[in-house]
Design a binder for this molecule. Structure first.
Ligand code: GDD
Ligand code: MG
Length: 332
């Protein structure tokens, strides 16, 4: 089965981290986020992946080789200008004659995608969406359905307090190939604001909630949470061999002082944590340094970022190469 993965957004809510890499390449438990997604798709029969991108398209070369080494066919469809979530799907070219997946490249989930395909076929839908129930639907696409799962409307990011249901679009879809005929070539089109409302109006869009783990990694808070969920085991992945409340994963060549207090943290390759330092509920990208006696809590440190000795950070996001509490320059 084929899957198209939308990885062309600018990741604005995750700046400054996304100035230097596309959002789907940020690590979750030291593995590129999109690799978790590809692994899930492969477990549900996907053998052919197209990455739909425009922003920093060349950065996906590593993911391509990673997936090809696992026996998947991989292609990359590049938009000269971002074409929106529907325009990007049209830009993928030939999708074949069978139903295929379309997935937002920033969702982390272990949803039973095979069930989604079964439901899609049984309903004879043109497209079927995965739903998730959330506390505040206003940051998402809101999807009211009838008891048979037929979508009654699609309201992208409604005003707070106005959503008709707490069921939101989880960004995982099954499409019939003829859905592409509804997407004009060569102009931007949003799936959420144009395509889905039109399919819903025609009564051919279905949706279902499956109740599995799901998060959108698109903000610093949810990106950090996705990593903590992988560490705790709430999101199951073999990237965390011993999940638990205080689990730590540390990449190759990381140097962690024996008396450093490190808990619930993902440390990339070549990170250094000095004596007496604390690192709690954090993501450190490769080569980040926390010097002796510093305390870093609930924070994300970019590649090669540096936290000087004795400095205390909480809720921080440091850009690649950023230096905190360093008197020799860039002190914050
Ligand atoms: N190729 C391409 N071209 N990809 C794009 C484009 C584009 O023009 N615009 C966005 N994307 C990709 C992003 O990289 C991301 O992986 C995905 O499409 C969704 O875009 P976001 O910017 O993350 O959207 P969102 O999180 O605000 O909302 C979407 O996801 C929610 C669930 O997480 C919508 O689909 C909502 O309806 C949904 O509830
Ligand atoms: Mg998103």
């Amino acid at each position: 089965m084929k899957a198209l993965i939308l990885v062309g957004g600018f990741g604005t809510r995750l700046r400054p981290l996304t100035y230097t890499r596309p959002k789907p390449l940020l690590p979750v438990a030291n593995r590129s986020h999109v690799e978790h997604l590809i692994a899930l798709l492969a477990r549900h029969g996907v053998d052919d992946v197209t990455l739909l991108t425009s922003y920093m398209a060349e950065a996906f070369a590593g993911v391509r080789s990673w997936a090809e080494a696992r026996g998947l066919r991989v292609s990359v469809a590049v938009e000269d200008e971002p074409l929106g979530t529907a325009g990007a799907v049209r830009n993928a070219g030939d999708v074949g004659t069978e139903p295929f997946f379309v997935v937002n490249g920033d969702v982390l989930t272990d949803a039973d995608l095979s069930r989604l395909v079964d439901l899609h076929r049984r309903a004879r839908a043109r497209a079927t969406l995965l739903l998730k129930r959330v506390g505040d639907p206003s940051a998402y696409g809101v999807v009211p359905t009838d008891p048979e799962g037929r979508v009654l409307g699609f309201i992208e990011k409604p005003e707070p307090g106005t959503a008709p249901t707490d069921a939101i679009n989880a960004g995982v879809y099954v499409f019939e190939p003829d859905v592409l005929e509804r997407i004009p070539e060569g102009r931007a089109m949003s799936a959420e604001r144009e395509l889905f409302p039109a399919l819903a109006a025609d009564g051919v869009l279905y949706a279902t909630a499956l109740g599995d783990y799901w998060i959108d990694i698109g903000t610093p808070a949810t990106y950090l949470q996705a990593n903590l969920d992988a560490l705790s085991g709430a999101f199951r992945t073999d990237a965390v061999p011993a999940p638990g409340p205080d689990a730590v994963v540390a990449g190759e060549g990381s140097l962690l002082a024996p008396d450093a207090r490190i808990s619930s943290a993902c440390l990339g390759a070549g990170c250094r944590v000095g004596p007496g330092a604390e690192v709690t509920r954090c993501v450190l990208l490769p080569g980040a340094t926390v010097e002796a006696g510093a305390s870093v809590v609930d924070s994300i440190l970019g590649e090669g970022a540096f936290v000087a000795g004795g400095c205390a950070l909480s809720g921080a996001v440091l850009a690649d190469g950023d230096r905190a509490g360093d008197r020799s320059g860039g002190s914050r």
